[in-house]
Design a protein around this ligand. Structure first.
Ligand code: 0TT
Ligand code: SF4
Length: 355
């Protein structure tokens, strides 16, 4: 396919919400109203579906090569039950990660899900919301009277799946009722119309992941366009949600200063003035592990993503494998330059962290 045709295909795709090419159901999922609803929807859409006793047993995905199977997996939905109700921690963005989905239909080359999901890159959604919300109450109670924040985007991009599951809306309304609970999630998608009239009570912060033109074009296939993300941010702000931006991954490339300067100024000009109140920014520099590097090189062999360990600083991980980040001098230059641009354009915004 020519670059132009590929661009067009991505743009067409990103205008519409995600429709899987294949859906698996764990039988128990059909005992829940959400499972039933997705089942009816899949039938009505004419999407092929199969039953599986457990997602772990999905071994026969279509596709001749590993790469083809990977691409198909990214468009395969598994509707199941969340069994582990122990939540992972989610520093620095929140106290806990709240699991409503795992996996993502987009193809960002740098995405950590490529390694954290290992050989199971298909998209899983969980229908036992009551169990998940029950577990969240337990975590909130433990920390009271401190506020407990939950991140819903650690293991997927939940907005891309919202038109199918409606789970975010449930989570948002649940958190709206919690005096001591807060929700946050981040997205590169714009399909959040169904969230606009949710009773969020200001307890959910929606963040949009943004980047400069070069990074979006080179590394973020099958996500919503920058303009669509900003339009969605403005809508969310108008609906009274606290909003924010995550600039991630911050990448050192030729022309990065112009790129990030333009990013922040175009955010400022595209965002309505009243949407810029209490805005937060989170800055995350690009990082990779050795495992990630080899997976990425297999899956996106022509990627321009620089992953030269000679040019990086090794940062020990808390568990197991450490990761490669930029050397301090480069990391500081990125942090300072982008922070200054943010304060120029959004003097009242809060930069929550640079990591
Ligand atoms: O590039 C990924 C990096 O971004 C990770 O080191 C986490 C970090 N991150 C992602 C972050 O700083 N802020 C965020 O809001 C995230 C989108 C969510 C997040 C994920 C988080 O804040 N803290 C985490 O510990 N994670 C988890 O990190 C999810 C996954 O299991 C793991 C990957 O290292
Ligand atoms: Fe990964 Fe987020 Fe890109 Fe999805 S949108 S592939 S979760 S980085």
């Amino acid at each position: 396919m020519s670059t132009l045709a590929a661009d067009r295909k991505n743009t067409e795709r990103s205008a519409l919400s995600f429709v899987p090419e294949l859906v698996y159901f764990e039988p128990a999922a059909l005992d829940y109203p959400k499972g039933q609803r997705i089942f009816e929807w899949a039938k009505q859409q004419g999407i092929p579906y199969r039953m599986t006793t457990s997602h772990n047993r999905i071994t026969n995905l279509p596709g001749e090569t590993e790469l083809e199977q990977y691409k198909i997996a990214k468009r395969t939905l598994v509707v199941g039950i969340r069994k582990t109700l122990k939540f992972d921690t989610s520093k620095p963005s929140a106290e806990y990660s709240i699991p409503i989905a795992t996996g993502c239909m987009a193809h960002c080359h740098y995405c950590y899900l490529q390694t954290t999901l290992g050989a199971k890159p298909y998209i899983r959604v969980y229908v036992n919301m009551d169990d998940i919300l029950g577990a969240a109450i337990g975590y909130i109670d433990e920390r009271k009277p401190e506020i407990t924040r939950f991140e819903a985007a650690c293991t997927s991009d939940p907005v891309g799946l919202e038109p199918i599951t409606g789970s975010l809306r449930e989570l948002i309304e649940f958190m709206g009722r919690q005096e001591h609970g807060r929700l946050r999630f981040v997205t590169k998608f714009h399909h959040l119309d169904s969230l606009l009239d949710a009773k969020h009570n200001g307890h959910t912060r929606i963040r949009f992941s943004v980047n400069n033109k070069y990074v979006i074009k080179a590394f973020e296939p099958a996500t919503s366009r920058f303009e669509q993300r900003i339009e969605a941010a403005a809508k969310a702000a108008r609906a009274g949600y606290p909003i924010g931006f995550i600039i991630a991954p911050i990448i050192w490339h030729d022309g990065w200063e112009e790129g990030y300067s333009e990013l922040v100024s175009s955010l400022a000009s595209a965002l309505p003035k009243d949407a810029a109140k209490e805005l937060t920014f989170e800055l995350i520099q690009h990082r990779f592990t050795k495992t990630a590097k080899s997976v990425i090189e297999k899956r996106y062999p022509r990627t321009k993503l620089e992953m030269d360990i000679e040019k990086r600083k090794y940062k020990w991980g808390r568990w197991g494998q450490g990761k490669y980040v930029y050397p301090d001098e480069q990391a500081n230059a990125l942090r300072m330059f982008i922070s200054e641009r943010i304060f120029d354009h959004f003097p009242e915004a809060k930069i929550e962290y640079f990591t």
